[in-house]
Write a protein that binds this ligand. Structure first.
Ligand code: NAD
Length: 265
């Protein structure tokens, strides 16, 4: 759902330097496109090398200054390598989007400890490691904005998604604590969380594999949102763009909900 203004941009993050985790798909991909078109230099990172490189090639062909680097968010050495590469190449770091995540469902009575840990490792540990690596660089280069993707599942409980809800609730309060710590140290580093409802990305849509089941199941999901539809990744990218830009200079430690009214019920 790109509009003409999202395609061309008006330099709202002109000259800024960004890293995006989970940039090969969904919300991360839409944000990579948006930040690049709004003038940022963007390092796209993901474990999905094929789609990450394809996006970087496409944006480079459009004339943007971007590159892809493989990053597994659970690996501290990978984070250090990405941040070092970006600082060496472009001279600093202004924006980090922690979008990498997995959305598996596990019934409580059957979930194994490994499944619980896997979800929390990627969604919560990965967000901590990214925030720490970026904040270290930003504290040297004069500040920046870190945006952590939580979920409505970080605000209210989702049945069969207790590991996911725990990880996203963790992201919400980790964000606040880290934001306060950076503010207290006067580092000029802002950290905020974004809480989407169900957004039409591969994470959500891959569960509707069976065409027969698809229409009814997708409708049932839409009906959970008072506004009557699923969200679009570009709509989330718009919120992230605001938080990444200097327009949000007085915003830190805050929760930004974008859920068509899901959590207002
Ligand atoms: P997506 O599946 O389209 O994209 C997620 C990306 O993360 C993929 O490219 C994947 O390869 C990458 N990834 C997974 N594990 C990784 C790892 N260990 N290291 C690096 N990259 C890894 O999903 P999406 O819908 O764009 O989700 C993005 C974020 O938004 C996630 O944190 C998700 O939990 C959150 N979220 C999504 C929705 C939704 O409805 N789509 C709602 C609320 C929150």
């Amino acid at each position: 759902m790109s509009t003409e203004s999202t395609k061309t941009g008006s330099g709202r993050v002109g000259g800024k330097i960004a890293v995006i985790s989970g940039g090969a798909s969904g919300i991360g991909l839409a944000t990579a496109e948006r930040l690049a078109r709004e003038g940022a230099k963007v390092a796209i990172t993901d474990v999905d090398v094929a789609n990450g490189e394809a996006l970087a090639d496409r944006l480079t062909a459009e004339g943007h200054d971007v590159f892809f680097m493989k990053l597994d968010v659970v690996d501290p050495a990978s984070w250090a390598a990405v941040v070092d590469t970006v600082v060496e190449r472009w001279g600093g770091l202004d924006i980090l989007l922690n979008s990498a995540g997995i959305g598996r469902v596990y019934p409580l009575l059957e979930m194994t400890l490994e499944e619980w840990r896997h979800t929390n490792a990627i969604n919560l540990d990965g967000t901590f490691l990214g925030t720490q690596a970026a904040a270290r660089a930003m504290s040297v280069s004069g500040g920046g904005s870190i945006i952590n993707i939580s979920s409505v599942a970080g605000l209210v409980g989702l049945p069969t998604a207790s590991a996911y809800s725990a990880s996203k609730g963790g992201v919400k309060l980790f964000t606040k604590a880290a934001a306060l710590e950076c503010a207290n140290m006067k580092l000029n580093i802002r950290i905020n969380s974004v809480h989407p409802g169900y957004i039409e990305t591969p994470m959500v849509m891959r569960r509707f594999k069976d065409v027969e089941a698809e229409a009814a199941d997708v409708q049932a999901l839409k009906d959970q949102h008072p506004i009557g539809r699923l969200g679009q990744r570009d709509e989330v990218a718009s919120m992230i763009l605001y938080l990444a830009s200097d327009e949000s200079a007085f915003v830190t430690g805050a929760e930004f909900v974008i859920d068509g009214g899901y959590s207002a019920q």
